[in-house]
Structure formats: C-alpha cells, structure tokens
Ligand binder design. Structure first.
Ligand code: LLP
Length: 382
C-alpha cells in the first residue's frame, strides 16, 4: 500500500492500527488459483491466520473454501456466509458436541486428527459424514520448531500404520465416507523439499493400501519473504510437486493462510519517544508484543519502515520496542533506521497473518483498531 494511505489512516483513526489491503488479498487468491489451473483445485483459506470479518467476506465472495480449527472459527465462517459445504474442519481436539453440530450441518470434511477422534465420531455419526485422515509423514519442514507440525514427535495427525487401521474402520461404517488424506507439515516453509518428501510418502502409502482418494489436502505452510529473501518458490513447486500431484489424480486442496494475507496488512504505530541509555538507543512505539507477538514468540523479524521524511536524517541503530512490561517486547534489535522524532509514524510490515489474530489486551492495553482499504476508501472494520 502507498505510504500516504497509511498516514491518512493513522490521521483519521489514530494509532496503533492494523490496515488491511483487500485488493491485494484478492490478487493473491487469483494467483494461487491460476497457478493450479491444470488441477481440480480448491483453496480453503486457513482463517486462523486472520479471522477479520471484512476479510472473510471478501474470500466468501471470491468463492474460496475455509479451513477452521475451532467452533468459534466455524461460527465466524457461517456468520459471513460460508455454507457448511465450503468448510473444512481441522483441529486436534474436537469436542463431542462440536462434532455433533458439524455432522448435522454437513460440512465438506471433518479431518480426523487421531484414532481416538474417529471413535468419538463413530458414536455420533447418525447420518452420512465426509471425513479425511490427517497423516503425519514425519517430515522436517525446516521452519521454526514452534510451527513445525509434521514430525513424529508433534501432536498432530497419525502415522501411516494408524491411518491404515482407520481406513479399515471407516470403510466398515456405512455413515462414514472417507474422501481423502490431509497433511499439514508446518508453517512459514520456504523450501519445496519438505513438501516433496510428504507427497512422495503419501503416494507410496496410498499405493500400498490400495487407496484411491478423491481429495488430497496438503494443508498450508507456504512461506513469504519477510525481508531475508527467502520464500516458497512457486516455480520450484511446479517443477517438483506438480508431476506427483498429476500422478495422484485427485482433487487438490490447499489451506493457505499466511501466503494469502500476511503481506496484505500493516501495523501503523506512533513513535512515543527515543530513549538513550549509556549502552543503547530505544525507539519506543505505541504498539508492542500485545499487538504483534511473532517477534517475541518465534524470533520473527518484520520490516519496520518510516512514514516520515527521511531526507537528511542521521541513521541510528536502535532496539525498536513497545510499551509492555517485558523485555521480550522487542520488535527489532540493533535496527538501522533514520532517527525518528517524537510523534512520527512507522509501519511494521507483513502483519496480515497471525498478527491481530494473536493479539491480546495484555497489560490492559486495548487491541488496535482494524482498518480496511477496499481499493477506494479507508474505513473501520465491522
Ligand atoms: N492448515 C492447518 C491444519 C494449520 O494448522 C495451519 C496453520 C494452516 C493450515 C495454515 O498455515 P499457513 O499457510 O498460514 O502457514 N502463529 C504462527 C503460525 C501458526 C500456524 C498454525 N497452523 C506464526 O505466526 O508464524
């Protein structure tokens, strides 16, 4: 988004604010859909990344599906108009009462995370229900350990032997229809190799048990470039993954979250003041880890750019920090930036995924407002 729009938003709505660029999101959806044009492909947006209602309404209008991981997300998806047949239910700990509702509503698929969950579902599957099995292929996604999910020590999914047992059980139950396999190996993945390992082992598994599945859901995980030049390469993905997907000949579902929305949002913040100690300089912002926890939680490095005139400004090296009473409340350490003055604005970039969604009112500092840019005007999100 252009800087002047972010400044305009801050002037109109105050700071700190999240600003969402909806046309950018529409463009990302279009890009991924045309990337898979040779396949029977469905994008199921992973709404855990950002469950803002205006954003979800846009995706609903664009006709995507949605992946939910909780009953709260399910209700949010329904509330903006997603019909149950366009909702995929994930999550590793589904409650019985929630499963009952998903069965009754007829969701697209309940993705079973465990054998135990299958037993739970069997008890309440009083009518036809479509299920998938989340397999854990024991693949290292080469990402931050907190967001790796496809290693055997992770709590997610089942090993192939257990999946085989589940398939037999599902096939012997007239109310359960196995539509496919699901596999989400992690998030912010910037290499194609882990996906290759995962799809190859799924292929061999399917062959070995004689499974012809309708849907292969490869989860999400595509990494974006936060400023270090590393991102998922679509070209390499096409070269290495497409041939195997073609062989499998099933419908492909991806549950992308971050790749769709991360670069589409900005956290605009005011510099309260610049503090100097004998050891360091700190740029104090009016937003902190309460609004964007990714740096504290994963060591994430988001670009921070000035929204002020930088010509002729001295460059400083500072820790950019927030107002929260924890030393982890640091966005960047020894960050080079033109010296800001009190009251000037900066923007923290690529915060559309797991930004506001993970924000809290810790220290009783309220959450920021969410502002929408729809391509022609800025307004407060409903
Ligand atoms: N599908 C499933 C089953 C998932 O668990 C996730 C993310 C996704 C899809 C979407 O993944 P994505 O395309 O966004 O990578 N809070 C962390 C990320 C946690 C991801 C959790 N699961 C962060 O800020 O990096």
């Amino acid at each position: 988004m252009e800087n002047h729009l972010l400044v305009e938003a801050a002037n109109a709505f105050g700071t700190p604010i999240y600003v969402y660029d909806l046309p950018f999101i529409a463009q990302r959806v279009e890009t991924v859909q045309s990337f898979f044009e040779d396949f029977d492909f469905r994008l199921a947006y992973a709404m855990k990344a950002n469950f803002n209602k205006d954003l979800l309404s846009l995706l609903n209008k664009l006709g995507t599906m949605v992946d939910v991981v909780s009953f709260g997300e399910y209700l949010q998806a329904l509330s903006v108009g997603f019909s149950p047949e366009r909702i995929i239910v994930n999550g590793n700990c589904k409650k019985e009462s929630e499963l009952e509702r998903y069965v009754k509503d007829g969701v697209y698929s309940i993705n079973l995370d465990s054998y135990e969950e299958l037993l739970r579902l069997e008890k309440i599957a009083s009518r036809q229900v479509r299920v998938s099995i989340r397999v854990n292929p024991d693949v290292d996604p080469k990402t931050h350990p907190h967001i790796a999910t496809g290693l055997k020590e992770n709590k997610f999914g089942v090993d192939f032997d257990t999946a085989h047992e589940m398939i037999k059980r599902i096939n012997s139950n007239k109310n359960l229809e196995l539509i496919g396999l699901h596999c989400h190996i992690g998030s912010q993945i910037t290499e194609v190799e882990p996906y290759l390992e995962a799809v190859v082992s799924i292929k061999y598994f399917a062959k070995s048990v004689g499974l012809n599945f309708e849907v292969l859901n490869l989860g999400g995980g595509w990494g974006i470039d936060y400023g270090n030049g590393k991102a998922m390469s679509l070209q390499e993905y096409r070269e290495k993954i497409f041939p195997i997907l073609k062989e499998l000949n099933s419908k492909i579902v991806l549950e992308l979250g971050r790749w769709i929305v991360a670069p589409a949002a900005y956290l605009v913040s005011k510099v309260e003041y610049v503090k100097r100690t004998p050891f360091k300089t700190f740029v104090m912002l009016d937003t902190g880890m309460n609004h964007l926890i990714r740096p504290a939680l994963y060591g994430a490095k988001h670009k921070i750019l000035p929204l002020y005139e930088t010509k002729g400004r001295e460059k400083i090296k500072a820790d950019v920090v927030g107002p929260i009473c924890e030393s982890a409340d640091t966005f960047r350490k020894s960050y080079t930036m033109p010296r800001p003055r009190e009251g000037e604005l900066v923007v923290i970039c690529d915060v559309g995924a797991y930004g506001y969604a993970m924000a809290s009112d810790y220290n009783l500092m309220p959450k920021p407002k969410e502002i929408i840019w729809d391509g022609s005007k800025l307004f407060t999100s409903s």
